[in-house]
Design a protein around this ligand. Sequence first.
Ligand code: SF4
Length: 229
Amino acid sequence: MASVHHAKEILDALEALYGYEARPASDFRYEEPLDDLVLTILSQNTNDRLRDIAYKNLRERYKSWEEAADADPEELKEVIRIAGMSNTKPARIQQVLSDVRARFGRYSLKSLREWKQPEVRGYLTSLPGIGSKTSAIVEVFDLDMPAFPVDTHITRLSKRFGWAGEKEPPDKIQCRLEAELPKERFRGAHLNFLAHGRGICGARTFKCAVCPLASWCEFGIKASADGAA
Ligand code: SF4
């Protein structure tokens, strides 16, 4: 049975390596949470570089979210094509914009700052194509609420630490980590995990021999016993 063991040691070691917990929340917050929600939709199944180009194209082509909502779907498709999933993302973005306008009377999610977190998650995950990971990103970075988004890197690391079963889906892992990790560390710890997953502990390349987490990580302990790392 998977359990979140040695959480403090692992979080402390990651913070010593990457230092995101020490950074202020304002470094990562979008004043308008809807901006980050659209950015996160663009990030689905692509990398940060292509997501950022698509977002820049989008903001340059349309002066407001209203213009993007009313844009010709074929044109919008071309504007953000570089982010991939061009049969899905343009329609998803326009549907989300339209739902937000219908709910709040404007293209803004700032009112969510006044809501309780379970209601926020319930609302955001009711939008088309928005799951608990995307909702958690907006919650923790833009709304200053405790959430721990679990993406592909955090799924992989959780399995390697022994915090999650091999076949466990990310949303189940997210539930466990949100229940068991210290809430006040969520934002920075999430970013530290991403940095580790993009660097030392990649999907195919993992450097257990130089990793300061190796003595708490089930995969690292096994790799070291096998002489594989
Ligand atoms: S010990 Fe190895 S598997 Fe574990 S976190 Fe470090 S690099 Fe990844």
